[in-house]
Design a protein around this ligand. Structure first.
Ligand SMILES: Cc1cc2nc3c(=O)[nH]c(=O)nc-3n(C[C@H](O)[C@H](O)[C@H](O)COP(=O)(O)OP(=O)(O)OC[C@H]3O[C@@H](n4cnc5c(N)ncnc54)[C@H](O)[C@@H]3O)c2cc1C
Length: 380
């Protein structure tokens, strides 16, 4: 199958790769250890133009589209820190496009333009302690009072949650209106009653700030409502296919990188007088991984082509995300095993990949719920 990427995309890939390898990857171990990375990373990525790939030129973006964004998503994997790529991806490839799509001109001035520059950092607040998969069951609610809303509730597991300058918060504005009773409010850092928790301790994504947010009688001006009142639930789902595919692309690319590092390792590590790559069992392990990585990549690119062509692709994207998450874990386990005891050590990147990859069957829609989607489409 031909690659979905043209020569221009490949040139762009070289540029992204150079930037990531020179300016971000060398700091990954330190940021992971510190469980934090500096906000200046967002500004630097903004200077490079990568937050603006999906944003029209009039707001400082490049309007590059999903293929360029896919290249950036894949190359971000080279940072070697899922926490950093998740923070950057959430801001530039999920939050900002939502503002570009649904925002007013005033909101674009206030959040999109500085967002593209990396001067303001965004987050997306959907999940709550009582509702993740069952999103319609969220409890955060806002009532209208004159020219503002009063927001109460909380969110959990929010990427960029601690550092975010603004958060797109899904809440109920009409508890009796079913799916038409949700709205999205842009809540800003420092608004009285809005608290951003400390980063939560987690298995992987150590450098990232995944946090809890609370809203106690937060006064949110009407001008901060993103999109129409009552359309919040639909708007939250509007970009879901891209968001899921973006995760799948990163997972498989990360698996490929882990595979390549492992290949180099087993070619030089010796046991019983020969490189461990020369044992048939290990060679077969490598081929088993290569087969699955290739199959998963082609499924991702098939789904990507459909998405780019504007075709219905919920089935393909769901399949791609389910499969890539499985393959990611398969590759991580096997690569770690091939590293022996060293694979278990922090010093070796395969240990981080093993921890980071686990999120992919949970975040952005669990594999179980994606199987429900595919099953429904199949008429089951
Ligand atoms: C590191 C990290 C970062 C995140 N970042 C964000 C973010 O930025 N913004 C945000 O809003 N959220 C974020 N999330 C939340 C994430 O989207 C949710 O964790 C995810 O959607 C699952 O929801 P839950 O944790 O409530 O699990 P639950 O919904 O409680 O699910 C628990 C288990 O039950 C299964 N299950 C649920 N319903 C069904 C069903 N109908 N059929 C079969 N099985 C079912 C699930 O598949 C899962 O295995 C993040 C989570 C993590 C861990």
């Amino acid at each position: 199958m031909l690659s979905p990427f043209s020569e221009d995309h490949e040139l762009f890939r070289q540029q992204c790769r150079k930037f990531v390898e020179k300016e971000l990857a060398p700091h990954a171990a330190e940021w992971e250890e510190k469980k934090d990375f500096p906000n200046k990373v967002f500004r630097r990525v903004g200077e490079m133009g990568y937050h603006g790939i999906l944003i029209p030129e009039e707001y400082g973006g490049s309007g590059g589209g999903y293929l360029m964004a896919s290249v950036w998503s894949e190359e971000m994997t080279r940072i070697g820190s899922g926490g950093v790529s998740a923070g950057l991806g959430m801001h530039g490839l999920i939050v900002l496009p939502a503002i570009a799509k649904f925002g007013t001109e005033e909101q674009k001035e206030r959040f999109l333009i500085p967002g593209v520059q990396g001067e303001k950092i965004g987050a997306l607040g959907l999940t709550e302690s009582v509702a993740g998969t069952d999103l319609a069951n969220i409890r955060s609610a806002a009532r209208r009072e004159g020219d503002h809303y009063i927001l109460n509730g909380s969110k959990i597991f929010i990427t960029n949650g601690t550092r975010a300058d603004f958060v797109l918060v899904l809440c109920k504005t009409d508890p009796d209106a079913g799916y038409k009773g949700f709205s999205t409010l842009i809540v800003e850092k420092g608004m009285p009653g809005f608290s951003q928790g400390k980063p939560l301790e987690k298995l992987g994504w150590h450098a990232g700030d995944t946090a809890e947010l609370t809203f106690e009688n937060v006064v949110v001006p009407m001008v901060n409502r993103l999109g129409e009142e009552g359309m919040g639930f639909y708007n939250a789902l509007a970009n879901l296919e891209w968001e899921r595919l973006m995760m799948a692309l990163g997972t498989v690319y990360g698996a490929q990188l882990a595979f390549e590092k492992t290949k180099s390792y087993i070619l030089q590590r010796e046991a019983f007088g020969r490189p461990i790559a020369k044992f048939q069992v290990n060679r077969h392990k490598m081929v088993d991984m290569a087969v699955r990585i290739e199959a998963s990549r082609q499924l991702n690119y098939y789904a990507l082509r459909k998405l780019v062509n504007g075709e219905e692709c919920a089935r393909e994207v769901s399949m791609a995300k389910i499969f890539s998450a499985e393959i990611g874990e398969f590759v991580a386990t096997n690569c770690l095993q091939l590293h022996g005891g060293y694979g278990y050590m922090r010093e070796y990147e395969v240990e981080r990949f093993f921890r980071d990859v686990r999120i992919n069957s949970i975040g952005g829609g669990t594999s179980e719920i994606l199987k429900e989607i595919v099953g429904r489409i199949m008429g089951l």
